[in-house]
Design a protein around this ligand. Structure first.
Ligand SMILES: [Zn+2]
Length: 139
């Protein structure tokens, strides 16, 4: 029994944005798992792509729509959790795959922290304190 997904489990695009609402299975029915760009007649249209190749493709495609590069890159990195890739070897052939990390992924956390760091360069001036006594004298 095929599960129904909201996003293509290969490229991450919304299935409702795919032609026909999804790719086609071998029996001609619409796939509720992969989009029409990734999946046709029960087979991947890019069967030999690695997750890295797919990420580069998605990044380029999103940038072509006007998306900022860092946003496109972040979206592309998200596909590693999709069904097609989550059990795939992340490294190229011949390179030993990194060991699975238990718990939160350190790489993801590091990226988020570096973006949210705010430098306290300018101390805030308190204007309210200066104005308040004058208003009291006038009254
Ligand atoms: Zn797809």
């Amino acid at each position: 029994m095929e599960r129904i997904y909201r996003e293509c489990q290969s490229c991450g695009m919304m299935l409702n944005k795919s032609p026909h609402g999804g790719g086609t299975n071998a029996d001609g029915t619409i796939s509720r798992m992969y989009c029409a760009y990734c999946y046709e007649k029960g087979e991947f249209r890019q069967p030999k792509w690695t997750v890295h190749q797919m990420q580069e493709f998605i990044r380029a495609s999103l940038k072509a729509t006007g998306m900022q590069d860092f946003q496109a890159l972040a979206a592309a990195k998200g596909i590693t959790k999709l069904e097609r890739w989550k059990n795939a070897q992340p490294a190229a052939p011949g390179v030993p795959a990194p060991k699975p990390v238990a718990g939160p992924k350190p790489a993801t956390i590091a990226v988020k922290q570096s973006k949210t760091v705010v430098k306290p360069d300018k101390p805030k001036q308190k204007k309210a304190d200066v104005r308040a006594p004058e208003m009291k004298k006038k009254r």
